[in-house]
Design a protein around this ligand. Structure first.
Ligand code: DGY
Length: 322
């Protein structure tokens, strides 16, 4: 009989195949008082939950191997206290996530989903085209909330679209942002640091949320910020749903005080507020920002690499500094 390994999410097939060579996998639902003490590794993903209550049931847990870059579902303070290593998959998904932000900007502005529907529904070919004009993206103002790895990749892409760049990031100065982007883009772009989110939103056509879902960031994009973005502005969220006050977002869209929203993430996934489902100025995707064959393969390699390191007692590839 193989040792047990615990998962709290569905496993990526590559990871599952590797794991099956050495372990029997059990889900959290299969965890019992009898088997919990033998668990040393928990396999999770960017949205998997590992709260203190779960950790308390696992006295011998040593590694949380996270198939994702987000770790907001993991009680990292408790992991630190208990000396549990948390490994994520940073870097490899940055480009895909940034690409999806741009896809949402373009889909909203050029009405891609509605235009597709006009074609497949036969409305276009039967002469009943209803779609009005979209909006130009080039030259518009993008405000990036959180200029970390993903935020910078969004800036890089928006610079390619000739957009004006602004950002809000408590940990980064304007000079440093310009220098970092110069390394990425090859030239130092014009970029403006805003000291408040409301000010950034007020000066943006697209507000792109790229911040981490730390507890202090919950509800960061509130009614005041959304109001400042205004009836011609659009919110794009490819980070985490909890960063946005979802009730305020729905309300303000219903009142016509916000131009639109492109959302890949939601506060209580897979639940999506019903009102959003029928809004023509909203584009919704089911948390797919890192969901490409190429990236998922790289993420799997990192997760497997960390599990190998655990088994062989060698340094982890991507342990978080807790
Ligand atoms: C991540 O890696 O955190 C992505 O959001 C996928 O969960």
């Amino acid at each position: 009989m193989k040792p047990l390994i615990l998962r709290n999410v569905k496993l990526n097939p590559m990871v599952a195949e590797f794991v099956a060579q050495y372990y029997d996998v059990i889900s959290v639902e299969e965890l019992t008082d009898a088997n919990a003490a033998s668990i040393e590794v928990l396999l999770t993903n960017g949205t998997g939950k590992a709260p203190k209550e779960l950790l308390d049931r696992l006295p011998n847990l040593k590694l949380i191997d996270d198939f994702g870059v987000g770790f907001d579902g993991i009680d990292v303070a408790e992991c630190k206290r208990r000396n549990i290593t948390v490994c994520t998959t940073p870097g490899v998904l940055t480009e895909d996530v940034a690409d999806l932000a741009l896809a949402h900007i373009l889909a909203l502005s050029r009405q891609i989903c509605r235009a597709h529907h006009e074609v497949v529904s036969g409305a276009w070919s039967s002469g009943h085209k209803k779609l009005g004009l979209g909006h130009k993206v080039s030259g518009k103002r993008v405000g990036i909330v959180g200029l970390g790895r993903i935020g910078k990749a969004v800036a890089q892409r928006c610079h390619g679209f000739n957009m004006q760049l602004g950002f809000y990031d408590r940990f980064l100065s304007e000079d440093q942002a310009r220098a970092d982007l110069q390394k990425l883009i090859g030239v130092a772009p014009q970029i403006t640091a805003y000291q408040s989110l409301v000010e950034l939103a007020h000066n943006s056509d697209y507000l792109v949320v790229c911040a981490a879902a730390t507890p202090e960031n919950h509800g960061l994009i509130n009614e005041e910020v959304l109001t400042a973005l205004g009836p011609t502005g659009a919110l794009i969220n490819i980070a985490r749903g909890v960063l946005v006050d979802e009730a305020a977002l729905v309300k303000i869209l219903q009142e016509g005080k916000l131009g639109g929203a492109g959302l890949d993430v939601f506060a209580q996934e897979p639940h999506v507020p019903e009102a959003l489902l029928t809004m023509p100025n909203v584009v919704l995707t089911p948390h797919i920002a890192s969901a490409t064959v190429e990236t998922r393969e790289l993420m799997a390699q990192i997760v497997i690499g960390n599990l190998k390191a655990f088994r062989e007692g060698t340094p982890y590839l991507t342990a978080l500094a807790l």
